[in-house]
Design a protein around this ligand. Structure first.
Ligand code: ADE
Length: 277
């Protein structure tokens, strides 16, 4: 069995005891840090991803390292959030397994860098389908199957797209859409005791997953001269904000997006304007 990992949290250990969360993309990067902190705080967690091998491997690892005494607190399943029937199954399976759903963290997403002029409609639609429509489907399904009757909290993970998102127009548009969806759902579902918020990490959160995705462990280092805090961020610094928003400490916070970026979005961007042709 792998050695127990030291998950730390500023929150009291039993904060989420008896609670149940779904974390999409919960096996890698920021999603994995969120899953680990929720488990550490006593939550039962269902993690889901389109890639079954990856989510299974991550779940097996976290069962033996984070919750070796309570491995059944972590469940996993394959779910392509672009597909309504997959999402319906994710919600109903979680209810079957854990009996309720208190929290959903919409973290699953993906994109590829490209100038807007080179993005095909197929590539554009794939990114919008995953990051915007996928998030919408998960929110709608958990509301219809559970939260309308029982309340709950949803946190959507978006991105630093506040000044546009050069080379990432598709995901910038999708994440801005989720920022607005967050506000609408917060209003429509407030009478049912459902809070909906977003967290927008800076584009300099270092994780092994991000480095592997881009094939470069120094992927974010070029950003350092425009990042006011002069260091990279960590997935755990995003996770603590998510846990705060899920917790009763945020009981009057809904429809809000919290930037976790050390003021980077207020300052210059790294994008270099090309010379005109
Ligand atoms: N992560 C990236 N793309 C995804 C998808 N379509 N479904 C679930 N998780 C994902």
């Amino acid at each position: 069995m792998a050695a127990a990992v030291k998950v730390s949290s500023v929150f009291r250990k039993s904060l989420f005891k008896g609670k149940v969360a779904i974390v999409t993309g919960g096996g890698t990067g920021i999603g994995k840090a969120i899953t680990q902190e929720l488990l550490h705080l006593g939550c039962k967690v269902m993690i889901a991803s389109r890639n079954i091998e990856r989510i299974q491997k991550a779940a097996e690892e976290m069962r033996s390292t984070v919750v070796p005494n309570k491995p059944t607190n972590l469940a996993h399943m394959q779910c392509n959030i672009r597909k309504e029937d997959n999402v319906k199954d994710l919600i109903s399976s979680t209810l079957k397994q854990f009996g309720k759903i208190d929290y959903v963290v919409n973290n699953g997403g993906g994109q590829f860098p490209s100038p807007a002029s080179n993005i095909s409609v197929k590539g554009w639609n794939a990114v919008i389908d995953t990051n915007l429509t996928g998030t919408f489907i998960v929110c709608r399904e958990v509301y219809n199957q559970w939260m309308e009757q029982n309340g709950g909290v949803i946190v959507n993970i978006i991105a630093d797209m506040w000044k546009g998102f050069p080379t990432m127009s598709h995901t910038g548009a999708a994440r801005a859409g989720v920022d607005n969806l967050t506000k609408t759902l917060a209003i429509e579902w407030a009478p049912d005791g459902v809070r909906v918020n977003s967290v927008a990490p800076g584009s300099f959160i270092y994780s092994e997953t991000a480095a592997a995705n881009y094939g470069d462990s120094k992927i974010f280092h070029h950003m350092l001269d425009v990042v006011p805090v002069k260091r990279l961020g960590t997935p755990e610094e995003v996770s603590s904000c998510v846990c705060y928003l899920l917790s009763p400490a945020a009981s009057l916070i809904s429809g809000e997006t919290v930037k976790v970026d050390g003021a980077a979005s207020l300052h210059n961007t790294k994008y270099e304007i090309r010379v005109s042709k």
